[in-house]
Ligand binder design. Sequence first.
Ligand code: GLU
Length: 508
Amino acid sequence: MSVRVRYAPSPTGSPHVGNIRDALFKHLFAKHTGGTNILRIEDTDRTRYVPGCEEEIVESLQWIGVEYQEGFGIGGDCGPYRQSERKEAGIYAKWVQVLLESGHAYKAFDTSQELEEMREFQKINKQPIGYYGGLWRDASGVQVEEAERAGKPAVIRLKIPRGKTIVIEDFIRGRLEFDSDTVDDPVLIKADGMPTYHFAAMVDDHLMDITHIMRGEEWISSAPKHAWLFDAYGWEKPVFVHCPVIKGKDGSKLSKRHGDTRCLDYRAAGYLPEALANFIALIGWSPGGDRELMTMDELCEAFSLEGLQPSPGVFDLDKLRWMNGHYIRATEAPELVSKVREYAQAGEYKPYFEKEDHASPETIAALELLAGGFKSTPDIAGEAVRLEQERVTTLADFGEACAFFLQEEPPFDPKAVEKWFGQPHVPALIDHLIAALDGRSAITHDECETLVKEYAASAGMEKLGPAVHPTRVALTGKTVGPGLWDLMAVLGPAKMIQRLTRAKAMLG
Ligand code: GLU
């Protein structure tokens, strides 16, 4: 049978990088094996439902390049793919009936106060907390009928066998054994008729012919309940694959301290989806050897469950930044220019860089300037991006890197001014440049080079530095940036004359 896996998020909040990493593993596994990846929305917990979340899940998957061939939004043979709709279709009611009839499930009429008292008792007596039977697991038919007649609300619970070892074969961790006496009887159907995650997910995994339950390691403790459900029905169990958790470099659970957790925040921060996909694929999975930079196609080709690691994966933001810089440099210039343009004009960076933990008004201002530049002088903005390609780490960095091309009056770095404007030849250098540029409408890279070299020769300079550096400071306000001849050609004569004149005025 061909591989069928599912990504089954609960729409209870923005998908974070850990969720998307799991989704990516399923995509890679399905692609590698020629199988099917399914998107199923597990929205049975209505109290935690967050409106807009389903859309964000779909958008995050699309952005990073996770494909699914069946599921929410696209349909397929096993639909509907949203559990609240499956509940309305009567799927869970029908299947729980089977368990009630076979004696594998029972109705429990405990009030919330009774459950609270049970918990208190367990706490005081240092017993495991949970519902291990209570009054109702072995209640007689008469007791149940009475409670029903009295109109008492009931949940339906799974009857976990006692005194048994529940065995799970986990692909990564091997044989896992659980003492069934430590597994409580989970609710399958709540009093309002809604199925719980435990029930809906497993029934759906069976009905959707899921071959591998790939999910985060945090679900291992629920696995005996799930395995027993399959046994209670007499269904063949899928292969369990509990993927490693993601930790920060300091070994603690991944949190805001280690970087952003919301997937789309990486888009807002200027990361390329191919860099993020490459980076997260390697958290907890290894293709073997020291391969690191891999396209999505290469990841699909190389992926295997054997490469999944049992130990936690580490989230290293410095590595992501390095990868992102690599992907920016590897992008063809015209494509990069359109990516930067889209990024600057979409404006998603604004709310992102307004947030307290990474507030940066300078970044916002510079990106707004760049967005404006793409409108008013697209050629200059595009050339600026090309020239800065080598020097940035994220798309957001292009704002500040390109700013001096677009600012009317780029600010002078006082250190640069101090270092290079004090030398006696600078006024003559500036006059030479202004005179040579006067009356020209355009200038090439080579002509700029000749211009500055001519001055250096006429002044008897042995090295170009004393001509190049003050020119750069006069034109850009800084000592660092792209090649001088390149940036001069992009600025063009008119802008250069304006800036040189300003610098001259500053010299006094
Ligand atoms: N709905 C669960 C979640 O949001 C899915 C767990 C599973 O994959 O079994 O994490």
